[in-house]
Structure formats: structure tokens, C-alpha cells
Ligand binder design. Sequence first.
Ligand code: ZN
Length: 283
Amino acid sequence: MPELPEVETVRRGLAPVIEGRRIDAAAVNRPDLRWPFPDRMAERLTGQTVLRLRRRSKYLLADLSRDETLLVHLGMSGRLLISGAQVGGFFYDHPAPARHDHVVLEIEGGARVTYNDARRFGAMDLIPTARTDAHRLLAGLGPEPLGNAFDEDYLLARLSGRAMPIKSALLDQRVVAGLGNIYVCEALHRAGIAPQTPAGEVGEARLRALVPIVRDVLSEAIAAGGSSLRDYRQADGELGYFQHSFRVYGREGGTCPAPGCAGTVARIVQGGRSSFYCPLCQR
Ligand code: ZN
């Protein structure tokens, strides 16, 4: 499932292909993904120029010239493929139509953007640009973890007295938007905080230290995505996925990579999700 850095990588790959260009044609090949597509979506997209491609949490937001914004969420298995255009150092010819190509946009100048989603947990909607923040999927979201509103005082105030585990608190999208399982595990490991610790008992100093750690973990992953874009070799022009090196995520039984720690990475289940952590250096 794509997390914030992957979605940001998709945004950075897609923006130069579509920003400032018109959507010459749109094909919408089924009535829905996770929810029904908006009414007359193909018609409403056709002829619009993409002014800007933004990201909020894990949502891509394409602001269009007629004051509507196309919201795209990749869900579990959504993929955006670019063909007929240069991406990084590579050019992809248009592929043959494939199963699960649900939305296909023909872009002015010859590029094609294909949304393919086998499991259809993704979503698309068209909303008035001025009311983007009020959309039901965006309205309750907390601050962006890389934005100025997510700072030490904010996190302290937000988690003060909370009994829920710090892992669950950081996954709560109302506390901070776009953080997912992988990067919460990684951030808590770097911060030396056990995922089961009640959020209100982590302590002020360690909570404050967590803010720059969260930013670092995400920024490093975005940077890794950026290098994957420059050195772009996926077979089909798919955007956004790249090789990660995780310290604890998915490494149950592995040696803890923290300097001087002899611990072994463990896995527990919290709220139905796996938490990977080191019982020795995370307390
Ligand atoms: Zn350790």
C-alpha cells in the first residue's frame, strides 16, 4: 500500500507530464472504484488544463482550469502509468490496453496517463477547487507531517494524557495526516520508543524529539523515491515504487541495526496491524 513518500514520488513524476497541459480525452471504463465515480467524469475532465498537481496526505489533487479538482487515491493496489512521454531518463511507448485500466487520460502533446487498479480500493472524485479541504476524505485530516503546523508543541498538546499506544496515536490521521504503518514503525525505532507505550506517558523530551525524526524518516524515503525517478527503469512506466531499506519494518527476527544494540527485531499486532520494533532499545 503506498504511503506518503510513495504518493509524493508519484506526484513528482507525474507533475512535469501533466502540469500546464490539457486533457484531450478521458476514458472511464467502469462506473466505480471503491465508490462510484462522479457524474459525467470523462466529460468533465475532457478539455480541462491541469494547472497544478498537489498532494494532501496520501491524496493527489489535480487542480483543473474550470475550477474543479480531481482527487485521486491509489488505495491498496492503484498504479499510475505514464506512456508517450519522458519520465526521468526513459521514454515509454503506449502499452496495449490491459485488464484493470479503469481510467485513461490522453494529455496534450501525446502523453497518456493510465490508472490501473486490480483490487479497486482506490478512489477518484471531482470537487470544486475552492472547497477541496472540506471534502469528506480530507476534512478531518490533521496537519501534514512535513508542514509547519506539525511541530513539537502541537504533538505534545495533541497526545497529552492520551492512553492509546503511541503507535496507534501516530496512525490516527486526525493527529497527523498521511503517516502509515511502515514509517511509524521506523520513526519509533529511531526515537527509541516502544510502540505499546501509552502516548501520554512517552514523556515531553522524547515526544519533542519524535517530530524531527518523523520528518527525517519521510524526507529520506522521498529522496530515495526521487533517485528512483531519475534512474527510472520499471518495465511499464509505473510511477512511485522503489527499493526501500527499512531498519525494523518487515525484519522480524533480524538484528537490531541501532548502534551498540544486541536486540532482535520483534513483531506484535496492534489494532490489526503489525508493529516491528526492538524490545531492547525501544522502551
Ligand atoms: Zn535495538
